[in-house]
Design a protein around this ligand. Sequence first.
Ligand SMILES: [Mn+2]
Length: 316
Amino acid sequence: MTTLTRNETAEFLLSHDRYCILTHRRPDGDTIGSAAALCLCLRKLGKTAHILQNPEVTDRFSWLHQGLTKEKAEENDTVVTVDVASPSMLPKAFEHLLGRIPLRIDHHGSAVSFTDYELVDPAAGACAEIIYDLITAMGCEMDSRMADAVYVGTSTDTGCFRFANTTAHTFQTAAACAAAGARVYGLNQVLFETNTLGRLRMQGWIVDHLRVFDSGRLAIVAIPRAVEEQIGVTSDDMDNISSFPRTVAGVCMAATLRETKEGDVKLSVRAIPGYDATAITAQFGGGGHKGAAGATIHLPLEEAAKAVETAMLALN
Ligand SMILES: [Mn+2]
């Protein structure tokens, strides 16, 4: 594996063609926005480019990929991943492509390399910020659709510019998006100022069932599948719900556990600076960022919650 700079990555992208762009499992605004912006830029530069259809993309973000996707990667495609930190983050349907992926563009600090080349910058708040740099390095001018895509990635991964990963470069990226015609107000309204009733009911349940411990510094909530079904939440309702328990005053690190359809447990940890979410998720084979990390645990919900609580207490 060879590490590339932004300029070297731009050269790579300019000297290849027939792009097939991959997003990660449980796709969020960053992987979806990054893929859309990169695809639109490559097309504007005269390349053939598609995003491989990710079956888990929901209504919340699917509009970003309209007209950009295809269902199958072809033999001579140049495959590029965006915002994918490890092979385990690839959707099952993409796993057969492992071993023939030349390039990975990412911003995760804890990662497992799986491509020939990679551009990884853990200092970037969002992968979309790196995509913006590449667009500029390739001499492509952002249009309003590209700008929307970069803005969605950048704003969602930084919690609308509130998280600790927000830097001067994050604002520079957002400013460039605004200048290029991104619908900043409209997107903020939909992404950060709107709650479905399902989401609010789930937040109510979380408030009632949150266990706060270690003098109020740590919190954990375990959500049974049956509760999600009873409330009737969609996956969009649950998008980034794990940020919510951390917003309780005094809580420095919060873990949210959700029972999956398959009977596994999906763990998401959120932490403020000084606490490392990956220190918890790494113990369960997961990864992520210091402020936000995840893992899948193959235990019944209550046992998983006990194990996570023990891991959190052991950090002190
Ligand atoms: Mn990201």
